[in-house]
Design a protein around this ligand. Sequence first.
Ligand code: UDP
Ligand code: MG
Length: 311
Amino acid sequence: MQKISLVIPVYNEEQSLPALFERTLAAMDKLKRPYEIIFVNDGSRDGSMDLLRVQYDKRPDVVRIIDFNGNFGQHMAIVAGFAKVSGDVVITMDADLQNPPEEIARMAAEFEKGHDVVGTIRENRDDSFYRKFCSKIVNIITNKITGLNIHDYGCMLRLYSRNIADIIAHSEEGTTFIPAFAQKFASNPTEIIISHSRREKGVSKYSFFRLVSLNFDLMTNFSLVPLQFITISGLIISLLSVLFAVFLFVRRLIIGPEAEGLFTLFAISFFLTGFLISSIGIVGEYIGRISKEVRKRPKYVIKKEYGLGDE
Ligand code: UDP
Ligand code: MG
């Protein structure tokens, strides 16, 4: 029977952990098949690590822990987990129980049907209006730009075949967006609809700026469309300027010299300045990530592992 490896990133989740252990272990035990749960402690500064260790002592048969040296981000925590899995099927889940661990059985059933990636779409997503609104727009734009066709980029309860998890674990990239990466290499992906609840304990670990940065990771990692958009816009603007210059020249011959339209000029000039600065910004987002990649710093640093043959 195929073994399931569950990978859960944990960052300051001491309030969510007790319920997480209880529900997740119960749901996994119910499946009646071999499994392991790899918790990746992403540099928590609260009591998360102590709680994890207690849980490890209670269930050393299934609980594994990777303890990071610092905070390397949710996606890097998952990559570290993928590098250590021993199962045939790998599932990622958040620690805050916004996605029900009870749905894992349904996801495993999809895997058995031959799908190598099983994504999820949150039904009646129970988040703030502002988060839902932003996600909707981001989902639409990202799908257009990357051509990936994922319906819900934000939902991290996802299943991957071991093969896909290995590809992700061995990629050299220092920034990544795992659902998109997996979708790109999947041969037969599918999506199922799952329920979603509000975060009951603790707060979201993503501030507005972290969310923006995460979305830039997604864009720059999976598409060159933003750069092509700048190039094409530049070409169109140049073409329009030539036409405009011809128009002004003819007008000058017919009407003679004029000095009207100063504020129109301001408007055009402000628009172009804004366009230029944001274009430099977009190019910069790519260059910043290139410079990060070429430095080849470690993607994450592990302080200690528990249950992974490293004690
Ligand atoms: N997380 C992490 N490192 C981080 C930020 C988040 O490991 O730097 C984990 C967090 O503990 C949780 C998951 O990633 O298990 C998703 O975080 P959160 O629920 O705060 O995100 P949201 O649901 O608000 O998008
Ligand atoms: Mg959450």
